[in-house]
Design a protein around this ligand. Structure first.
Ligand code: XIL
Length: 297
């Protein structure tokens, strides 16, 4: 196959990218994205600050622009994200306790109702753990330790057709505290019947040329709990070809690793643009890392 999406599809997987609505008028950008990928994540447009800027007033125009662009081209869409400590609208940042708990539930219901039956998956909860594996302190955590399972139960009821994912960064290294903390939560949810279908490993790699230790073991260990895994926001400092090939190979080696998403199209589109971490350069040319990924799919 000659594109990332078609190559991934040969093994039943997808290859996706983050898309920014503000770039959909750039034809170099849309030409590459439309050609190479078969899954899309909105980079910012489906986050709480974008979708519920005032309490109870939902706006989906930018998210819908991305959804329509993708689905008109036969691509699927992952929803990102419903409950997160960051990118909350101002009104939500100042809430706590039972009123924040209710606001979170209302937010999940409001956004998921709009996209009901349309999205492949939702990152229901994003980045809820500290590096040592304890829970991150946030206004959401302050509503009670059960806020994550409340979010997942609410999400399942709101749209039973969407796969429900927990998503985080620095959970790639199996011997890392945060990985173990997330693993124990997924294990607990599975044993108690809390609805969860997938774990998203953001895979923002910084520095070095090798993969985090036992990356494939992490993927297979999560999968052994009965959930799918996906690499959801991949970017790699200086687009190390060894790391890009290795992360792709690790996913390919784990049957329940269902797909890979890079966090942007060209280096110039990246939130880490100074590190040139993506598969296309600023001019839209394929980089060496592109070939290393394509060859590993
Ligand atoms: C980033 C976007 O790429 C930026 O445009 C924005 O300013 C901040 O958020 N983890 C996530 C993503 O889950 O939503 C973040 O995206 C990157 C880190």
């Amino acid at each position: 196959a000659s594109t990332l999406g078609a190559a991934a599809a040969q093994s039943g997987r997808y290859f996706g990218t983050a898309i920014a609505a503000s770039r959909l008028g750039d034809s170099t950008y849309t030409t590459i994205a439309g050609r190479e990928f078969n899954m899309v994540t909105a980079e910012n447009e489906m986050k709480p600050d974008a979708t519920e800027p005032q309490r109870g007033q939902f706006t989906f125009s930018a998210g819908d622009q991305i959804y329509n662009w993708a689905t008109q081209r036969g691509m699927k869409v992952r929803g990102h994200t419903l409950a997160w400590h960051a990118q909350q609208p101002g009104w939500m940042q100042s809430l706590g306790g039972s009123s924040l708990r209710q606001a979170m539930i209302d937010h999940i219901n409001g956004v998921m109702a709009h996209y009901k039956g349309k999205l492949a998956a939702w990152d229901v909860v994003n980045e809820a753990f500290n590096e040592d594996g304890s829970r991150r302190q946030s206004n959401l955590q302050g509503t009670g330790n059960d806020w994550i399972e409340v979010a997942f139960r609410t999400a399942r009821n709101a749209d039973p057709s969407a796969k429900l994912c927990y998503n985080d960064y620095n959970i790639e290294n199996w011997s890392y505290g945060k990985t173990q903390g997330v693993y124990r939560m997924i294990q607990d949810f599975r044993s108690r019947g809390v609805p969860i279908d997938c774990v998203g490993l953001q895979t923002h790699f910084t520095g070095g040329s090798s993969l985090p230790s036992n990356f494939q073991t992490t993927l297979s260990s999560f999968a052994a709990l009965g959930v799918d895994v996906a690499l959801t926001e991949v970017d790699v400092t200086n687009a190390s070809t060894t790391q890009y090939a290795g992360l792709t190979q690790a996913c390919m080696n784990v049957p329940r690793c269902i797909g890979i998403t890079v966090w942007g199209v060209r280096d110039s589109d990246s939130w880490r643009s100074s590190e040139s971490p993506l598969l296309f350069d600023g001019g839209g040319n394929k980089k060496a890392a592109y070939t290393s990924v394509l060859n590993a799919l």
